[in-house]
Ligand binder design. Structure first.
Ligand code: NAP
Length: 401
């Protein structure tokens, strides 16, 4: 694996020094789990910056609890509220999109990129440009910018540490010295809340049903993505980029219990898996401690009960999103950004009650057919393509309602 960080090197004394960290999206599901780990290891980390978007009160609480130097709220209209919540603490307050990017650019040893959606793209790249070790939860940014992000990592001498439980699992069992012996990566998928529902029954799914994931507690967008299996689709693209493998070598398998978080199969038939509780604090702790290990503050896998594990193929007729991922990644740079942006528009519309659940992938597929990709060679090209896709997808919405 040459894209994400290579596996742990010999333990160095400096690795035990207190490390300076920042968290983008600290008020979200991944952000809160990260803050929980940082609170459990106060002696090992100092906090430079935390960012949220609208949840001022939680952001201020987190900044005070962790003694952060800077707290940034993305929504500029909330600046006064943040300033007043932090008054007398000595914690700097800032607001707006540029302030989030500035926070990401501050020197840090480790940064959690946990903003949801392509809104995380510029801040994540700003951290990469500083040569920071970036724990990447914000999958939409690598899906959209893939090779450009990896080139930026290379140029800055930064490190990418995968946080997505599947990619973190692969990272833990992928031996870069045996890259030539890797037959395939197998990403596990819980199948989400509608695994056994017929395609016809998906038409009437409500947002409340879609965000109720059976195994994981997550933000609304990724919960809907899990329910459509678009999440697995984005993850196939993410894995193909991160581990530098063609998508034919990235498979997905349904594993409803979410105990095995993913596997690497080698050509000799060996299959190495990483297991753990369905608690994001394990992969986050892995990246936070890397290249060492630190204790999780979350749940541990309980092997004392009757642990049963099932695996079954993904039914792509019921969940067509997986095929869209392969189509997009094979078509080349730009197409995954279109798939991702159209999906973001579709999920937001579904959550607002303006699009039925079974039309989410249809909107994404239409965008792949309709958007003119043009020539993509820079981050600005990706951002322009993301915006153009959103306009086309918003227009398609009207015909699909
Ligand atoms: N949750 C999981 O278990 C999980 C697992 C694997 C990967 N991921 C990935 O991790 C990322 C975060 O997921 P999540 O579940 O933690 O999402 P979430 O709970 O919705 O949190 C999103 C975070 O991003 C902030 N945010 C939203 N819009 C923003 C904008 N325009 N500019 C700046 N910040 C913005 C939110 O701020 P406010 O809340 O203050 O508005 C919040 O801090 C996603 O890319 C997701 O795919 C999540």
């Amino acid at each position: 694996m040459n894209r994400a960080a290579s596996q742990p090197e010999a333990k160095s004394e400096s690795a035990k020094d207190v490390r300076r960290v920042s968290v983008l999206g600290s008020t979200g599901s991944i952000g809160k789990s990260t803050v929980d780990l940082l609170a459990g290891h106060r002696d090992r980390f100092t906090v430079e910056a935390l960012t949220g978007h609208r949840n001022v009160q939680l952001l201020a609480e987190q900044a005070k609890a962790l003694g952060a130097k800077l707290a940034v709220i993305g929504d500029a209209a909330l600046y006064e509220e943040l300033k007043s919540a932090l008054s007398g603490t000595g914690i700097e307050a800032a607001a707006g999109t540029d302030a989030v990017i500035e926070a990401a650019s501050r020197p840090a040893d480790w940064l959690m990129a946990a903003i949801v959606g392509t809104a995380g793209l510029r801040p994540t790249l700003a951290a990469i440009a500083q040569g920071t070790a970036v724990a990447l939860a914000n999958k939409e940014s690598i899906v959209a910018a893939g090779p450009l992000m990896l080139a930026a990592v290379e140029a800055a001498g930064a490190t990418l540490l995968p946080v997505d439980s599947e990619h973190n699992a692969v990272f833990q069992v992928f031996d870069p010295a045996q890259r030539g012996g890797v037959a395939r990566i197998i990403l596990t998928a819980s199948g989400g809340p509608f695994l056994r529902k017929s395609r016809a029954a998906l038409a009437t799914i409500t947002p409340a049903e879609a965000v109720r994931h059976p195994n994981w507690s997550m933000g609304a967008k990724i919960s809907v993505d899990s329910a459509t299996m678009m999440n697995k689709s984005l993850e196939i693209i993410e894995a193909s980029y991160l581990f530098n493998l063609p998508d034919e070598k990235v498979d997905a398998v349904i594993h409803p219990q979410s105990v095995v978080h993913s596997m690497v199969e080698y050509i000799d038939g060996s299959v190495l898996a990483q297991m753990g509780a369905a608690d994001m604090r394990t992969p986050i702790a892995h990246t936070l401690g890397w290249p060492e290990r630190i204790a999780t503050t979350g749940q541990r896998l309980d092997l004392s009960g009757m642990l049963s594990m099932q695996f079954e193929p993904v039914d792509t007729a019921r969940f067509p999103a997986v095929a869209l991922a392969r189509q997009a990644v094979r078509a080349g740079l730009g197409y995954p950004a279109v798939l991702n942006a159209a999906n973001e528009v579709a999920v937001e519309a579904f959550l607002r009650g303006q699009l039925s659940f079974d039309k989410i992938e249809i909107l994404a597929e239409q965008a792949l057919q309709r958007v003119d990709i043009g020539r993509i060679s820079t981050l600005d090209d990706i951002i322009a393509l993301d915006a153009a896709t959103r306009t086309i997808a918003e227009n398609s919405l009207r015909t699909l309602q």
